[in-house]
Design a protein around this ligand. Structure first.
Ligand SMILES: [Cu+2]
Length: 149
């Protein structure tokens, strides 16, 4: 090979490394700090979701065909641990980018609790949705998180 061939190969390798790194770090960020565990007692989780208040540190959200329950009302600037779980089949939690500066996407295996650290500084309403096809009314599976001062 001639010298300029090596130069071109090196350039291609650098570009591949750059985009590979970008891709790898974007995957890492969406799932970063998210932990999960099997839910042994669904009625406890359901009960937590139905009795929570914006003052609690731990907040609960249920995905099911085809809704998110309940509509969460949070306080701006407060740190939460958001516990999200699917009651039936596989769904995927998506929170719009405006909430935290980066969208949050977490695949939800059934009856598994995903714990997502969440802090939203600005009051407002932030869209959530399901990004995993989950049946005929999948596209209706949208809701919001309401954040107040
Ligand atoms: Cu779904």
């Amino acid at each position: 090979m001639k010298r300029h061939d090596y130069a071109i190969l090196s350039l291609i390798a650098l570009v591949a490394l750059f985009f590979g790194y970008q891709l790898a770090s974007s995957f890492g960020k969406t799932q970063k700090n998210v932990t999960y565990r099997a839910i042994e007692n669904w009625s406890d989780f359901n009960n937590n979701a139905n009795t929570q208040s914006p003052d609690d540190e731990d907040i609960y959200l249920i995905a099911r065909q085809w809704e998110w329950s309940p509509v969460l009302e949070l306080k701006a600037g407060q740190s939460y641990l958001l516990h999200v779980a699917s009651e039936d089949i596989q769904h995927a939690f998506h929170l719009e980018k405006g909430a935290t500066g980066q969208s949050i996407d977490v695949l939800l295996q059934p009856k598994t609790e995903y714990i997502i650290p969440l802090k939203i500084e600005q009051e407002g309403q932030y869209a959530i949705g399901c990004t995993q096809y989950c049946g005929i009314e999948h596209n209706k599976m949208r809701s919001r998180i309401i954040v107040r001062k």
